[in-house]
Design a protein around this ligand. Structure first.
Ligand code: GLU
Length: 272
């Protein structure tokens, strides 16, 4: 059986123990399956990515004992690919321009029937209003038009998560943004595109992305990509019981290494 998985960090900070756990889980699962392990650099966030973090990611993963195939795919080198995928969705009438500002969206969500946390749902503006805003050069994001997408796929979309068949519920994330006002693509589109292009059969990542898999399964169906199997691992929490974030500098692999920890100690500490 083919088995291809990946670790796909964003170079916006140093890797911490949570990343190490995720990377090790994917790496060891691939090895146990006699499969392939890829590293992918998800650096589409121009404002936050930094080349020194990308170099540090590779260095830290090597220190931990991981190996991966080269060349490593760096998403910022392939923006035209994601644009082409978006253009296909535009051509199919499955996305719409959203001109609303963050403030407007917040005000709308506060008055939403299901409370402020409810995901955005809607559809394109009437053509005349859209034309007017375009004329005024108002910036916009592209959103998935979920109602239309679900009309096309029908209600019976399913995928495999953690060994079980699951009915996809893409409404969990609503009309997700597929290209931001300030960026030509979004995590969802770029990630789904690359998983297909790289032949990823098994996506192994944190519990925090469980809901995203529902949207990803829908995007894969719309774009004609295969849907990988999904597996979610628990998140590593700090001593305060909260999940680790890039700002928790004491838990970065770098600082642990500087404090004298060995790769073995880190692996054992993570139960690996
Ligand atoms: N770049 C994403 C992150 O760091 C990767 C998520 C994924 O594995 O799909 O959270």
């Amino acid at each position: 059986m083919d088995f291809v998985t990946r670790f796909a960090p964003s170079p916006t900070g140093y890797l911490h123990l949570g990343h190490a756990f995720s990377a090790l889980t994917a790496f060891e699962t691939a090895k146990a399956a006699g499969g392939r392990f890829l590293l992918r650099i998800e650096d589409i966030d121009e404002g936050r990515r930094r080349p020194e973090f990308e170099a540090a990611i590779c260095e830290d993963l090597e220190w931990l004992g991981l190996t991966w195939e080269t060349p490593v795919r760096r998403q910022s080198d392939h923006i035209a690919d994601y644009q082409a995928a978006l253009d296909r969705l535009i051509g199919m009438g499955l996305v719409y321009r959203d001109f609303r500002t963050r403030k407007e969206l917040l005000a709308e969500s506060l008055g939403a029937p299901h409370g402020p946390q409810s995901p955005v749902r809607g559809g394109p503006l009437p053509a005349s209003q859209e034309a007017e805003k375009l004329e005024q050069n108002q910036p916009y994001a592209w959103r998935l038009w979920l109602d239309e997408a679900l009309r096309r796929t029908g209600p019976d979309l399913a995928f495999e998560a953690d060994g079980l068949g699951v009915k996809a519920d893409p409404a969990l994330l609503g009309d997700a943004i597929l290209a931001r006002k300030d960026a030509p693509t979004s995590y969802h589109l770029a990630s789904v595109h690359d998983d297909a292009l790289q032949g990823v059969t098994d996506v192994i990542r944190g519990e925090d992305l469980r809901e995203a898999a529902h949207l990803h399964a829908l995007l894969q169906t719309l774009l004609g990509y295969p849907t990988p199997r999904y597996r979610h691992h628990p998140l590593i929490l700090g001593s305060d019981g909260k999940r680790l974030a890039k700002r928790d500098l004491s838990q970065t692999l770098r600082s642990l290494r500087e404090a004298g920890a060995s790769p073995d100690q880190v692996r054992r500490g993570l139960g690996r």
